[in-house]
Design a protein around this ligand. Structure first.
Ligand SMILES: NC(=O)c1ccc[n+]([C@@H]2O[C@H](COP(=O)([O-])OP(=O)(O)OC[C@H]3O[C@@H](n4cnc5c(N)ncnc54)[C@H](O)[C@@H]3O)[C@@H](O)[C@H]2O)c1
Length: 399
């Protein structure tokens, strides 16, 4: 098929490169000309394990083209458009910012080719889509939805091995086109209406941080009770109704999706009509855990008479360079405000706006070294060796 991908971020690029590997022809469009130029020069704008291999494979690359203007695309030959633009939180209104989606749908609504299946991959509540379509005069019943569940850090694997594919839409022909595209996948395809398709995405992104927050609250209770954290979490998680997967503590959770999607899920309902005390308190639980982690760091520093704090790992988790809502950055800012000397250590990710180093040898002796998420084995053992030689204390907020 001929597929257009609007937005070459984590979702758009992984999706497009994945479909190119399956033999489809992909035209990428992004308003960010720097990204488009990079891509056209065979350079990826971010790191995602395995993506480069598929992206730079000659036969795949020859099936891809990169554009910054909508008019440059061959719309009359296009079968499916995937809209993968960002849907961040608007800090003023505390709700989803639809301007990127609105600009994409405005451009697409000018198309003559009404047979194209226009599919929203971005995470967006259907009532916002209704507003966007009204604003730009587009028939929302013609839109299809295919929410994305990939995890940064294993996005390429997730593209080829999804747990399920969700398609939402009211137009049968367009839904069928998407079903056909995914027919070779070994995953159940859930076909449903647009609202249900988005609720699947939003509730998945509610359950996952809720589970992480549960593990974090459990961690605080275990520490308070002077019990053994690893034994307790293992003992709880081995119950097959609970499971060990996605059941580890963290300095708090972050990333580009959970925080904004949780804010948004709580905008779905009128608080006078519906009371959801669990769902409405997950963010508060996470904020509380971030404060707890900061206090742990301060008390470890004080009780061991240490001078500086190093936060190892700048992103929100391993195997990504995405800094959006990274707990490391949040903790860095809180500690700096308290005039505690804090430095970020990351070998790969550059964070020039913060005090940072990129080599273990740059760690000052007599420091607290907080490893924010699991690191590669070799790096971890080097860190351990360095810390034991240089009177540093290591702290693992995730184990
Ligand atoms: N990142 C994830 O792990 C993930 C996972 C599942 C779902 N999602 C959802 O997918 C969507 C995209 O997320 P992302 O992280 O890939 O975003 P991103 O910020 O990495 O990329 C979005 C891209 O869209 C481009 N863009 C914006 N407006 C445009 C327009 N009108 N025309 C063309 N290009 C435009 C931007 O320049 C940017 O390159 C969001 O709704 C997000 O919630 C993200």
């Amino acid at each position: 098929m001929n597929i257009v991908i609007v937005g070459t971020g984590y979702v758009g690029l992984v999706t497009g490169v994945g479909f190119a590997e399956q033999g489809h022809h992909i035209s990428f469009i992004d308003l960010d000309s720097k990204k488009i130029n990079k891509l056209a020069n065979k350079e990826l704008p971010f790191f995602e394990p395995g993506l480069d291999e598929y992206f730079s494979k000659e036969e795949n690359f020859n099936r891809m083209s990169f554009h910054e203007n909508y008019i440059d695309l061959k719309w009359d030959e296009t079968d499916i458009v995937f809209i993968c633009v960002q849907t961040p939180n608007n800090l003023e209104t505390n709700s989803v910012d639809t301007k990127f989606l609105e600009s994409a749908i405005t451009e697409i609504s000018k198309l003559e080719n009404k047979d194209i299946t226009i599919t929203v991959k971005s995470t967006i509540p259907p009532y916002e889509i209704e507003n966007v379509c009204k604003n730009v005069g587009y028939d929302r019943n013609l839109l299809t939805f295919n929410p994305e569940f990939l995890r940064e850090g294993s996005a390429v694997y997730d593209f080829f091995n999804p747990d399920r594919v969700v398609i939402g839409g009211l137009n049968q022909e367009k839904v069928k086109k998407l079903e056909q595209l995914y027919s070779s996948y070994d995953a159940e395809i859930i076909i449903t209406d647009p609202i249900s398709s988005q609720l699947i995405k939003y509730l998945a992104n509610t359950y996952l941080p809720m589970r992480l927050s549960f593990a974090n609250e459990a961690t605080r209770l275990v520490e308070y009770s002077n019990a053994n954290l690893q034994d307790v979490l293992k003992g709880v998680g081995l119950d097959t109704r609970i499971g060990l997967h996605y059941f580890r503590p963290s300095p708090s959770w972050g990333g580009s999706c959970f925080p904004k999607d949780l804010i948004e899920v709580n905008n779905f309902y009128n608080k006078n009509e519906l009371n959801l005390p669990l769902i409405s308190n997950i963010i508060e639980s996470n904020d509380e855990h971030l404060k707890w982690t900061v206090n742990q760091l301060i008390s470890l520093k004080q009780s061991n008479n240490l001078e500086k704090i190093y936060l190892v790992g700048a992103a929100f988790k391993e195997d990504t360079d995405d800094l959006r809502n990274s707990p490391t950055i949040d903790i860095y800012k809180i500690l700096s405000k308290m005039e505690i000397e804090v430095i970020i250590l990351d070998q790969q990710i550059q964070v020039p706006e913060y005090s940072h180093v990129s080599s273990i040898n740059d760690i000052a002796p007599n420091s607290l070294v907080s490893i924010m998420y699991p690191q590669k084995d070799e790096f971890s053992s080097e860190l351990n060796k360095f810390c034991s030689k240089n009177s540093c204390v290591i702290y693992y907020p995730w184990s």
